[in-house]
Write a protein that binds this ligand. Sequence first.
Ligand code: SF4
Ligand code: F3S
Length: 113
Amino acid sequence: MTYIVNDKCIKCKYTDCVEVCPVDCFYEGANMLVIKPDECIDCGVCEPECPVDAILPDTLLKDPNDKAYWIEFNKKYAEQWPNIVRRKPALDDADSWKTVPDKMKHFDENPGS
Ligand code: SF4
Ligand code: F3S
């Protein structure tokens, strides 16, 4: 198993998760983070830290297509984006994006650092 970051992180990027990860397996894009599945040790400490509940264990994704999609999404971008190991300020307007649905429309692939 692994933990994954989903689209709720988009346009928020609070980075509270980064500070607690014992193996530094978060990677940073322009408007969201992902977890590298091969590095995550499934400790679970990041999950409650996220203010928008964007982190969850893949075991909670019951739809096999949904599960495969998010694992592959995290794996793909973790290989392209830089590692992030320190908390930083959330994105501008993060609070106003907290409850926006269907955030994949606002996904930006470009690294943000
Ligand atoms: Fe890091 Fe643990 Fe979260 Fe995996 S579950 S990303 S190892 S804090
Ligand atoms: Fe994103 Fe939540 Fe971390 S908004 S950066 S997954 S704390």
